[in-house]
Design a binder for this molecule. Sequence first.
Ligand code: SAM
Length: 237
Amino acid sequence: MCVRIIAPFLLCCALNAADQSVARAAERKRMVEEQVRSRGVTNQAVLEGMRRVPRHRFVETDMQGQAYEDHPLPIGYGQTISQPYIVALMTELLDLKPGEKALEVGTGSGYQAAVLAEITTNIYTIEIVGPLYEKALKRLREMGFPEGRVRHGDGYFGWEEQAPFDAIIVTAAADHIPPPLLKQLRPGGRMVIPIGPVHATQRLVMVQKDPDSKVKTRSVLPVRFVPLTGGVDRSAR
Ligand code: SAM
């Protein structure tokens, strides 16, 4: 009797889960076409990564219905998961190759790290807000992110033991490029960072460290990010 009731219930749940995962994959495909590719992102590895990573699993349950919409979403503690287009654009600008080593400052939900990990598994990420770090660590672990790559700390100072990095992505805005990050970028490396005043419009800046360690910067587009906190507040301006 009990088996007769439970078995159809379990089958119904399994079908429902399968339906949802098919529907989410369709939402991701649409997100990539309408918000990312249409705005000029062409790197196939980036587009494929964005199609694969289940963005809805990086936000709270009550936000999941909006996970594939064209805007950032709150993740708690005054922080946000960036708009899908911005995640894709920053990933494309880094021009990562499989096997390269990259550092993300500002793990937040863990979504950007998961997208980067679709291109190279050698990703390190740092988050300053303890509870966000805990949640992102759990999610990323569940999705197979290697151990020892997510750290709770102040990313202004980078991750010295793991330096140098081929690429560094900073997902919070500062009024200058943190010198420790520049130092930890290997010659020939790339950094993407929002630079400008906090709580206002900043510029997304692409930093290139030449093989002879000369640094060039170029402004890509106006953006609005939450502020980089921690060491940046104590640094000389
Ligand atoms: N990349 C994130 C994602 O995919 O969800 C979004 C990042 S959110 C826009 C910026 C994050 O940077 C916040 O989680 C914030 O707590 C973190 N942050 C700010 N200052 C930081 C610092 N000095 N070191 C590490 N993380 C920092």
